[in-house]
Design a protein around this ligand. Sequence first.
Ligand SMILES: [Zn+2]
Length: 375
Amino acid sequence: MILNNLRTALAGAPISVRVTGSRIAAVSPSPFQQAPHDLSIDLEGALVFPGLVNSHDHLDFNLFPALGDKIYNNYTQWGQHIHQNFKKEIAQVLSIPIHLREEWGIYKNLLCGVTTVVNHGKKVRTTNKHITVYEGCQSIHSVRFEKKWKLSLNNPLKKKLAAAIHTGEGTDPSSSEEIDTLSSWNLLNRPVIGVHGVAMSCQQAKAFKALVWCPESNYFLLDRTANVDELKAHLPILFGTDSTLTGSWNIWEHIRLARKTGQLTDQELFASLTINPAQTWDLPCGELSVDKDADIVVAKCDDFFSVGPQAILLVIHNGEVRLFDERLLSQMALIEPDNYCRICINGAYKYVAGDLPKLIENIKYYYPQGGLSLT
Ligand SMILES: [Zn+2]
């Protein structure tokens, strides 16, 4: 596959990419020669960037509306409040079979150009492989919501495995103390990736391998987010959306909110979605370089921070086209049309791998008022 006449997302440098199998075979500032019997697409100066890595999501929770109607001191207060006040809403969504909810979570990410998502929780049941669902670390919910967290963290069989855990998700003293409790019980010195860290200090950060920053979720729950402008000196910052329980389905809204805080430079924010998570989770993606995974997103947009699902022209994952805009249809002669469905996002028509309308129909059987407005 050849992708010609692109420009890089932040620097705007001309670039063309050749893909062989699931890997990037070559990159060049000038276009490659078309090869017969190989897909070759002229992208006419569109932006290109590595498929994004969403380092924190709960794939099965993305059919929930945002739940909560005040500012909370910490996640336990929020959890208790929503379970008391939104019983009906929660029961309705949980009535949808989990594999359908997970598959919806995969599409939520794919439509935005996320090609790798780190799923927090149990291993997924869905067989949909349109993006990479990373489950190579141990998910521990949190100090206060997972009863046996000390045993899980100190399981000698998992000594070398990274553990991801929600921590410091609050603004009160107990949220800071929780981080100290967690670190003091890491008896095997396991690599721990903290999620949220709103209450995390620079001193506390030193005990973690990385921090997943989820600013939109934090502002929704707590009206405050982690001090990543200081924490970034002590550990890698990875970007996460969390589920739609606490924010928009669209990661680009999260990214723009993050940028507005001014806590990371544009380069650092870009790295939190690409190279930082690739290094932390040890994945061969996150860069447009030879031999890296061919996880590539192309968007028709003036700049990276204006991208949204409607602007995405092409999503390649593992060297396979997972999504393309209708404007590219005439160049996609070598693609098998039966493998894609046509959907509309904000007036833009996209061809997406699999059968998303069928998935939505199946979800609506259980949850007719589900907030699905993509077709
Ligand atoms: Zn979470």
